[in-house]
Design a protein around this ligand. Structure first.
Ligand code: NAD
Length: 498
């Protein structure tokens, strides 16, 4: 069986001492194997990135941007192939995979503006004949560690911008859906990226720990679950690295009594069940303000959830594919059992969902719980599956308090026609990304993405302007050219314009 290689110094490198299985979640079959990098292989990638850094750092930003332009064109030309690979290994539908790629390409487009975004600031005559400016310099070798659920988009949040800023990069993608990530990295080389600027090591904890421990790796971007994000942040910062670590989520949608219900129902269906709920911005809690809107919501959601079109991700015209692994399916089923035992009302039960011809696929149907309370595990924890919980409350203030008390603060949204409620919600809610009548408020590439509380460890959000700050070090330069004949006496008072 084909063993998926690493990509180091522009070459495919195969290691086979330790391997992992890659499944097609729609069939339950092992379709590929993946070589897991040991420390020596990771060191090879670090050495390649280190060696490529001086020349890449000195490559004019406009030339770096030209490679990124060609990369964008190649991503578009290979869109269908990439979407198919994502769908085969992840299970999400082809349309959904194409959507994540498009959002990834947006980040390449942003990085194409490298000459503009690296301009810095300039002040003339800050003192007599003294000029000052700031320079945005690259950090050096930086690394990214990414999750399974966006194998194209999340790596594209990181390395196009890091590389546009003059850094060299090592990517450690998820073991579960590696093929599209590898293809995309190869396309970047086809676009003209010099060897060693981007390296990709397949691997697990061993590879991650090697990156954390390597003194040559100056910064780490991580996206994945909260326990691992916290570990990466603690271990990376302890070693003096710059770290941004994005974690898990439990995203609430608030439905006000005046919400446009038909729109809200459609939006909730997509946000809760799209990608089988395996999105860090998925809506997993609907907070209904008042019994009337809650009853109306339930009445509309139940038949629509029962009618979800579920099948192999690679088939056309579906709403939802399977979960990524058998373990992910079992975990989601465990949460459903737990919710029932805790006394939540199970209105639609997705357990035991079968798809004709795919008896061994990891399918769970759309699931809906009503009358969920904050004391229940299904409310507190990230399920990462197609399970929506309804919580009934009496006021917007109670809804905001509920959301603010949750350990996660990634995304949230409010459905209302009332500007005053929307404004209060945006002001008071302790969440990093907020939608008003927008269920998945994922910022566009020229804003930045990040949650609050235990959804992000670090100060700077991912991509966009914060990404530029993360992948550069600012240097302030003050310059004076006194006339040769002008010898000044030593000055012992602190220099000032006073
Ligand atoms: P994960 O934390 O299991 O894995 C993420 C990465 O960490 C992978 O590359 C994996 O190989 C590595 N890893 C796993 N265990 C490790 C360990 N013990 N030590 C070191 N490295 C380890 O996450 P996942 O299951 O791939 O992805 C789903 C999670 O990611 C969910 O919690 C989801 O909310 C989160 N996520 C967050 C965002 C965001 O922007 N906040 C985006 C996408 C996904």
């Amino acid at each position: 069986m084909h063993v998926i290689p690493h990509l180091i110094n522009g070459e495919r490198i195969s290691t086979q001492e330790r391997t992992a299985e890659v499944f097609n979640p729609s069939t339950g079959e092992v379709i590929q194997r993946l070589g897991l990098a040991d420390r020596a292989t990771v060191q090879q990638a670090i050495d390649a990135a280190q060696a490529a850094f001086p020349a890449w750092r000195n490559t004019p930003p406009a030339r770096r941007a030209q490679v990124l332009f060609r990369f964008k064109q190649l991503l578009e030309a290979n869109g269908e192939r990439i979407a198919r690979l994502i769908s085969e290994e992840h299970g999400k539908t082809l349309e959904d995979a194409a959507g994540e790629l498009k959002r990834g390409i947006e980040n390449v487009e942003f990085a194409c503006a490298a000459p503009e975004i690296l301009k810095g600031e300039y002040s003339r005559n800050v003192g007599p004949n003294i000029d000052a400016w700031s320079d945005l310099q690259p950090i050096g070798v930086v690394a990214g560690i990414t999750p399974f659920n966006f194998p194209a988009m999340v790596p594209l949040w990181m390395y196009p911008l890091a590389i546009a800023c003059g850094n060299t990069f090592i990517l450690k993608p998820s073991e579960r859906a590696p093929s599209s990530t590898l293809l995309i990295a190869e396309l970047f080389h086809e676009a003209g990226l010099p060897r060693g600027v981007l390296n990709l090591v397949q691997g697990d904890k061993e590879a991650v720990d090697a990156l954390l421990e390597a003194p040559q790796v100056k910064a780490l971007s991580f996206v994945g679950s909260t326990p691992i994000a916290e570990y990466i942040y603690a271990e990376g910062t302890r070693r003096g690295k710059r770290v941004q670590a994005l974690g898990g989520a439990k995203n609430h949608a608030v439905l006000m009594p005046d919400a446009d219900l038909e729109n809200a129902v459609g939006a909730l269906m997509g946000a809760a069940y799209g990608s089988c709920g395996e999105r860090c911005m998925a809506i997993s809690v609907a907070v209904c303000v008042g019994e009337r809107i809650a009853d109306a919501l339930v009445e509309r959601l139940v038949p629509q959830i029962a009618a979800l079109k579920i099948g192999a991700g690679t088939s056309r015209g579906l709403d939802m594919g399977p979960l990524v692994t058998a373990a992910a399916r079992d975990k989601v089923v465990g949460y459903i059992q737990d919710g029932v035992a805790a006394g939540a009302e199970l209105l639609v039960d997705g357990r035991g969902h079968s798809v004709a011809g795919h008896a061994h696929g990891y399918f769970v149907g759309g699931t809906l719980f009503d009358r969920v309370t904050p004391a229940m595990r299904i409310y507190q924890e990230e399920i990462f599956g197609p399970v929506l919980c309804i919580v009934r409350l009496n006021s917007l203030e109670e809804a905001i308090q509920l959301i603010n008390a949750h350990e996660y603060g990634n995304g949230t949204c409010i459905f209302t026609r009332d500007g005053e409620s929307a404004r209060l919600f945006c002001d008071e809610v302790e969440v990093g990304m907020v939608g008003v009548n927008v269920p998945l408020p994922v910022p566009v590439s020229y804003h930045s993405f990040g949650g609050w509380k235990r959804s992000l460890f670090g100060d700077l959000h991912a991509y966009g302007p914060d990404g530029v700050r993360f992948y550069t070090r600012k240097k302030a330069i003050t310059q004076r050219w006194p006339a040769r004949a002008n010898h000044e006496a030593a000055q012992f008072a602190f220099p000032s314009n006073g």
